[in-house]
Design a protein around this ligand. Sequence first.
Ligand code: EPZ
Length: 426
Amino acid sequence: MDKLVIRGGNALTGQIKISGAKNAALPLMCASLLTDQPVTLHNLPRLADITTLADLLNHLGVEVTIAAGNGNGAGRTMLLRAENIADTTAPYDMVRKMRASILVLGPLVAREGVATVSLPGGCAIGNRPIDLHLKGLQQLGAEIDLADGYVRAKAAGGLKGGKIHFPMVSVGATENLMMAASLARGTSILENAAKEPEISDLARLLNAMGAKITGAGSERITIEGVASLRAANHPVMPDRIEAGSYAVAAAITGGTLDLLGARSDMMGATLDALREAGGFIAETAQGLTVGADKAGLRGINIKTQPYPGFPTDMQAQFMVMLAKADGASVISETIFENRFMHVPELARMGADITVAGPVATIRGVKVLRGAPVMATDLRASMSLVLAGLAADGETVISRIYHLDRGYERLEEKLKAAGADIERVPA
Ligand code: EPZ
């Protein structure tokens, strides 16, 4: 398994092109199951999770072809065509690799009237149940059975419109049910729906395919079911978490980065927190220019919340920045029950962080010291990269396959911005 070797201390400068968003691309790819016509996605990032899902869709009968990017760093174009569904079962050995595979459940049962999907199981950051997905499908008329580690959804006469109130906000459940309801008979209402920009991106594709969805991006989404969906072309939105991660890289190294393609209208809470901590952000015609004020960084308090609140996917990255800020900070993680796996690794680099349940207290230190550390999950591994960039000395990060799931060409982008970083085969 490869490792990353980082020698810290360089201030990052220059441009970084933000790739298409992983968390938009995954549901967009699943939407191809809803029609026998071709769906073309542009600006697709080159990520392990995208490949994993493409393999699963291929297993189900979707013909997936990828055209290479046009060379200037633009994302790839992917054509997906589910002319016929060859298999309505998503097997454990494929689903276990990536939780988002559960997003084939709604489209499959809507298209074929039956779907058998392996329960995704948990992951490092929590047990990640899917009860909201299943209850929602039942409210659209599906029969749900759980057996042998699989969920089987059946709707022999097709799904019917229904009213679904989510007791808690769930991005994946909102996406699964928005896709399923698109082909249901009648109108569906999703209340307390997730409002993430990725939900709106998915609704844009579905409506381009002929769906009738209004209210995406708000807590109440209305879907008027249609008999069938057609071909569509869709550009994947830029990755707001990748952009936020590189914004922290600029601030924590005392550099200045132009984040090409970053969208401030999707990053409100992240940018507000960055400004409050002493970062500076300027909007440009190409995206955002980000760095740290001369006065340096100072401690702030953060509470992760569903969009438009501070994103849980930015929590680990901000913790690193606050570990070197002047003063104390408190981070409350309200979305996942175990998303502080990066704390022991940061402590090995000299960070002063104490955790009590869902709350971490960080006391800023002047210096982080490079050390051998281990990645545990996607965003935690990015926080270790950021710590290595800001630390004195050398940091060696193992298990970086976590990084490859969500950050396209990471070391290439950072090296071009002046980082002393290289990937070495273990
Ligand atoms: C999506 O995961 C993202 N993944 C996650 O990003 C992100 O952290 C999360 O939304 C929250 O923003 C993708 O989009 C592929 P949820 P998802 O359903 O849909 C609980 C990353 O790093 N819940 O909004 O799985 C759940 O356990 C990843 O890119 C239930 O209890 O998240 C969690 O505590 C990590 N029952 C909370 O809700 C359910 O049926 C939010 O989960 C579903 C969820």
